[in-house]
Design a protein around this ligand. Structure first.
Ligand code: MG
Length: 390
């Protein structure tokens, strides 16, 4: 049995296909019973960085409660939404899944607060961008295979992982950075994973925000996306308890947005009629999109979450603590890399020999970015709490 067309047979002409893939950085023989994109997905699932997502914050610090999303459950929800959209549009479901599962591999501990703090620390040394770090994880930092560094993923998967990138960084990234310089698009699978990410967090943060007591139904009913589904559910089930009501509204919201996304994207594809993934890349705009109305409602909800959840004083207290932990770790390790475990100290010494202080700082950032929330807290205690054993 050959498996090369397991994915390809039912695919639209503009989908990513393994036979027209731009390939891997280090050439490898074809997998026997999997497609190239299945191999990508499998390598991501088996990586250390993927397992660490279990203990990394999405919005709520991991130890605040067992029901909140962490980066791993977030990534799985992104993959679920992404696959539904990909299969409805006839593009590569497996590649969409792989990109979705990998999209946050470079995230620091403590969510966006951690990313901002590390970026601030790294400002004199080239900055820190989590998208770029996700690519760095799969290209360089994972140490699992004898023949190459990283996971050696396909170009199409790497293209999807690098969602955004500054021009300065794009210039030194070679083929994977080119689209940012030429203002081109990534494949549809990458575009889908990108929007699936936004849809997933917008909806699950409503759920988590309610659970944490930061927002309530009265406030949410000012949001058009929420209100529409709320009214329908209440009309059908007037006696429904709050927990089930919230879930019912959120599942209908996700469905509403995803259906809108599929319809709008299909219309754009029909209009542009791309004959291949190359045609998709040459489009002046993204073909995967929400309708104007839904986009506006989606942004309204995003803005609401920013004000009411991400900037809630309880969340701000947590993010301030997180910032202090990251800053303290960075300054201690940068001034003396011997404080890091030997393998990281050695990496820092090698990077410094090659690239000077910038190399040393990058090795420190790699070490910190790889930490889970609880590991970062533990390292902070070991370094700064006199009573703590090292
Ligand atoms: Mg994400």
């Amino acid at each position: 049995m050959t498996t090369e067309h397991v994915d390809s047979a039912a695919l639209a002409p503009y989908a990513a296909r393994e036979e027209s893939s731009r390939g891997r950085r280090f050439p490898e023989s074809k997998p026997q019973f999997r497609t190239e994109f299945q191999r990508d997905r499998d390598r991501i699932i088996h990586s250390n960085a993927f397992r660490r997502l279990v203990y990394k914050t999405q919005v709520f610090v991991n130890h605040e409660g067992d029901l909140y999303r962490t980066r791993i459950t977030h990534s799985i929800e992104v993959a679920q939404i992404g696959r539904s959209v990909a299969s409805a549009l006839g593009v590569n479901e497996t590649l969409t899944e792989a990109i979705s599962l990998a999209h946050d591999l470079g995230h620091t501990p403590f969510g966006h607060a951690g990313q901002d703090a590390l970026n601030e620390c790294m400002r004199p040394y080239g900055g820190f961008e989590h998208n770029l770090q996700s690519l760095r994880v799969v290209d360089e930092l994972e140490e699992r295979y004898a023949a190459f560094p990283g996971l050696n993923l396909t170009f199409e998967c790497r293209e999807g992982i690098l969602k955004h990138c500054s021009v300065r960084h794009a210039q030194r990234l070679g083929d994977i950075g080119e689209r940012f310089l030429r203002r081109q698009q990534p494949g549809l699978e990458a575009q889908i994973a990108n929007l699936a990410d936004e849809i997933a967090y917008n909806n699950h943060d409503v759920d988590d925000g309610i659970r944490a007591g930061l927002i309530d139904l009265t406030q949410l009913n000012d949001m058009r996306l929420f209100r529409r589904q709320y009214d329908t559910v209440i009309a059908e089930y007037p006696q429904l308890g709050e927990r089930r009501l919230v879930h019912e509204v959120i599942r209908r919201m996700i469905n509403h947005i995803v259906v809108d996304l599929i319809r709008t994207s299909q219309a754009r594809i029909d209009e542009a009629r791309p004959a291949s993934i190359e045609d998709v890349r040459l489009q002046s705009r993204s073909l995967i999109a929400l309708s104007d109305v839904t986009l506006e409602e989606h942004r309204e909800l995003m803005q609401f979450l920013r004000e009411r959840v991400y900037r809630h004083y309880k969340v701000l207290r947590m993010t301030t603590k997180a910032r202090r932990v990251i800053e303290a770790l960075f300054s201690a390790f940068l001034s003396n890399t011997e404080l890091m475990p030997p393998e990281h100290h050695e990496l820092a010494a090698r990077a410094e020999a090659a690239l000077g202080t910038e190399g040393r700082a990058r090795a420190v950032a790699d070490y910190i970015a790889g930490m889970t929330d609880r590991y970062a807290i533990l390292e902070h205690e070991r370094l700064y709490d006199p009573a703590e054993r090292t």
